[in-house]
Design a protein around this ligand. Sequence first.
Ligand code: KIV
Length: 266
Amino acid sequence: MKWTTAKIRATKGQQKLACLTAYDYATATLIDSAEVPLVLVGDSLAMTMLGYATTLPVTMDQMLHHTTAVVRGVTDALVIADMPFLSYQVSIEQGLTNAGRFLKEAGADAVKIEGGAFRAPLIETLKQNGIPVMGHIGLTPQSVKEFGGYKVQGREQEREAELLADAAALEAAGCFSIVLECIPETLGHQITDAVGIPTIGIGAGRHCDGQVLVTHDMLGLHSNVAPTFVKRYAELGDAMKQAFAAYKQDVEAGTFPSEAHTYYIA
Ligand code: KIV
């Protein structure tokens, strides 16, 4: 059954939603076959796939390239493409053109954009033009330089009130869902109760309507120290390193290929 934004909205209060990032065809097929309803082609691919220190350098062309591969691997999940830094900030026209490319050229189902109430005019335009939008507030990584690091947001009363108002504004503008990143659990709970659309938390506590993790983090695919909110479900990085070392050893010892991996004349 293909997930649509209407179906995602209808899960509010009925079902918790799992969301994972995917950046390539093979991973997308595996996530989709595990019946995860939301697949995000996150701009985190700047770090996980391209080795940058932040999400800022990734381009529209790189995001489109990866989104196209993910879309080919997904049958049922809703595929959301993350709009990269400076692909929607300059003007509403620029945001509409670039968001449209994700649906038209890459086959995504929706886009995600970072920012609060001040993004409402862009979100309204996208929705009016048939482009579903997932919002993203709290720690918005494209603003890491402004925040001065990857810091928990909404600990102070003023910022807490701002984030509550942002969530309400994003819902009113037409978002079908909102990512809440790195905020105190109490605020995640308050926002989740206050809005009628599903909240998807990442470091936003236990009361959100759903959760998202970066797949590389939850699979242990890199050796970086994971943030507090990450739960590791596998240690695939270690497993891969062991496999690579075993292969190297076999090649050097002449034990691979063996008879079983060899062709013969009939
Ligand atoms: O880019 C990304 O992976 C994200 C998630 C962390 C929500 O935006």
